[in-house]
Design a protein around this ligand. Structure first.
Ligand code: HEM
Length: 137
């Protein structure tokens, strides 16, 4: 079982779906924002079109962290932006974030299975650990 291949093939299948090539990010934010009023509140003044683009590009740095162990300085910028002193995104909200991401892949990837789920979780775990770690730094 090769996690790189499982993840990359799955990401390729889902990341440009739909008429606007953005179905994945549309579905993800619908789930994430719909998951609680606390999360909906955080995004109440957000330009979601821009937000989806930002997430698309930041995901690349998260993937890079898993595959190369390279912490790009952009990751640090994002983590600081989310920390206690700024957006104040509590660590447990990242658990909701990853569950919504996995649910989105489950819905959209026609080949979704347990191995693909594990590959996604593994790819995102260093990035999520890092975001949580930076919360009170
Ligand atoms: C690994 C997970 C996450 C990644 C990669 C990520 C990525 C990003 C990026 C790239 C931005 C834009 C930053 C900028 O404007 O320069 C952003 C903004 C934001 N994120 Fe996250 N995020 C993550 C998790 C979360 C979670 C769990 C929440 C909880 C609600 C959250 C809430 C927000 C909010 C409220 C903004 C600001 C929106 C605005 O500008 O109005 N993010 N995120």
């Amino acid at each position: 079982m090769n996690l790189d291949k499982l993840f990359n093939d799955s990401y390729e299948r889902v990341s440009n779906m739909g008429e606007n090539n953005n179905l994945f990010f549309d579905c993800f934010y619908e789930k994430f924002i719909g998951s609680s009023t606390e999360i909906a509140d955080k995004f109440k003044n957000t330009d979601m079109k821009k937000q989806k683009l930002m997430l698309r590009s930041s995901i690349l740095y998260i993937m890079q962290l898993f595959s190369t162990h390279e912490l790009h300085e952009y990751m640090e910028e994002i983590a600081i932006k989310h920390n206690k002193k700024h957006l104040n995104i509590q660590p447990e909200l990242y658990d909701v974030w990853i569950e919504c991401l996995i649910e989105t892949v489950r819905e959209l990837d026609p080949y979704f299975n347990e191995h693909i789920e594990l590959a996604w979780r593994m790819f995102f775990s260093p990035g999520i650990t890092y975001m949580k770690f930076k919360y009170d730094k």
